[in-house]
Each structure stands twice: as C-alpha cells, then as structure tokens.
Design a protein around this ligand. Sequence first.
Ligand code: SF4
Length: 384
Amino acid sequence: MIKELQLGMLNNRWIETKSIVIYGFGVVARKCIGMLSQDFHIPYIIDNAPEKIGTVYNGIPVISQAEALMKEERLPIVIIGTIGVYKSISEMLSKAGLKEYEDYCLLDLFVAEWYWHNRKQVHLVEVHTTITTRCTLKCKNCNMFMPYYKKHIDITLENFKEDMDNLFRVADRIFSVGILGGEPIINKQLPEMILYLQENYGDRIGEISVITNGTILPDDRLIDVFKKCNVRVHISDYTSTVPYEKRLREFESIMADNDIEYRTNSSLVWCDFGFPDNSFNFNNVRNHMMECFPIFRGINDSKLYFCHVAWSAEKCGMYTLQEEDCFDIKKIDKFNEEQVKEFINYSLGGNEKWSLSLCKLCGGCGVDNKKYVKAGLQADAGER
Ligand code: SF4
C-alpha cells in the first residue's frame, strides 16, 4: 500500500527525463497519453492483456512486460490506473527486481513532480464537478448519496464559471475534467458550461467528459456542443437492474450517428460504502483512505476535494466536514510557492498524518471493502 505521495519523493532521473514508458493501457491511460505525448517521448506502452499486446495507439506500440524488460535501455515507468491496478503492477515489477520511485511510480506523483520542478506548473490528473444532485434513477448505493437529498441542488452557470476560474487560476493543466450529477443532462445549462470550459481552458485540458446514465436523450443543442468541444461521453449502463435498454440504445445511436466519442460501461462494480445507514468504523483511517485513493479529485464551491464523495456527504445533510477535509482554492496565492506546493501535496493525498475524516465511516472502493453490491439497484418506493 502507498503510504504517502508528496513532492520531493522522485530523484533527478525522473525530473530530468524527456522519455517515459507508460504501464497500463486502460481507460485512464487513453485520457492522458495525448497530452503526455506533447512533452515526453513515449517509445512504448506496457500492458499484459493479450488483446492489447501488438496494437498501436497514437503511433505507440503496446508490448508485454516481458518484452519491455528485455530492452537494454531502462526508462522511467509511469503506471496509469486505479490504485488497485497500481498495486498489482507494482508487485510484478518488484518481483522483476525494479524499485518503486526509482524505476516506476504512479502517474499522479510523476506529473506533479515533473511539472512543478521543471515549469513551476500544477498538473492534475482528473477532476470532477457535480452540476446537479437530481437524477432520473434512485440507486440505493449511489456513491454520491443522491437519494438522501431532501432539497436538491442545481449548480448555476455562474457557480460553474466561478469554480472553473478558481480551479484554473491554480491548476495549469488537467488531463480530464468530468462533468457529472446526479444526471448531468437534467441541468439545462450543461451546453453553456461545456462551451465555457472549452473556450476558456480547452488548451489546458486533455479531455472534457460527461458521465451520464443514458436515460435522457441529448437535444440538438447539446449534441452540437458535444461535437464542437470533442466531449467524451461515458455512459453508465444500469440496464441489468433498471429496464431502459431501448432508451440506452437510442442514446448510443445518437452518439454514433454524430461521431461523438462515447463508451458504455456495462460491467460496473460497486462497493457498499455503508455510510450513512450502516457506517464502518475504521481504526487506521489513513491506511484505509490510501487503500481507496480515488482516481479523481472533486471541485465544487471553489474547493478541491481529495474525494468528491465528501462534498456530497455534507451537501445531502448526512455529514459535517472538518475544515482540513477540503482545500479552499480561493485562498491560494498562485505566486506563493509554499501555498501552491501545499495544494499539490493535498491533491496527492496529503502527508502521512492527514486523513479525510469521512474515511473513518465510509467503506470506499479499496481492497479492504469486500462488500460488493449490484450497480444501480433501485431503492423501493417510499425508501429515502
Ligand atoms: S473511503 Fe474515503 S476516499 Fe474512499 S470513497 Fe470513502 S470517503 Fe472517499
């Protein structure tokens, strides 16, 4: 388990490198490789899945670990994926005699360290923002606790602009900015939000994505904006628990007919977070948080959340966060290096003494939570 990721952990070999190898050719890697290729030579990607070996992505060949380790030149290996993926790759590499932070490290740490040392820039991997807490579904185990809201929140275009302006005042580049809900298409200002993001910060974002359940068909205006801004649409498919196959297929057809890049995730695996009805009570909260280590940060109310779930836990009225649980971006002086470094270190999970208070109660998605549930199971009528 990673104990801590902080600036200063990588040596000069990492800071000075102009070439890297990517290990892990999954969804997250596809979000990042385009932008990474602008600054680094990537001679090959490592992945051990037979169907990926031998393929080429953006001109970069995908090869197996065995083939990579036979190469004479040992380049720094940047692992891209969830913390679970990182752990299993890390085990394979250490068995092969490679050392963590010398030979390989997690993408988040590498980009934080490299861009800060070389350019005094802040580089984040993935940030999500919630634009409505309303949803067309009522999932029992919604990890944003949407069924618990008594009074729903719709983020206005002005709120959204303020959040993005504050975020990009501090962050120089972000591989992926995700817009979600609830169901984000419910918010009628979604097209204007995407346009604002693209027009003002598009050159600093790898991809803008929208995460939807595919129950509401996009209108012509939204389709135009998706196309114009190259939005990648992630469709969470809950049809194994909710009967809306026809609608989902219609949604997919609209995406395909308009050449909008989309991906339907039909193999969602959810953990029961326990919170708030059957909360956990972890003793070592830091260890538990680092086992979970969400891949994305959250931005709402101009605050950066190490875990976006925490924002919603408070907003739905089931939890009160502590001041140090989130980072108020408005307070950062971009020209104060110590403050900016503190922000980067927070985004990496803070130091060993810090933990997000909600993690004591929340089961999360790490290997220490084995309570799996079927994704999208609906709450009974009257429940919540
Ligand atoms: S365990 Fe902590 S980090 Fe993981 S989802 Fe829950 S609150 Fe977020």
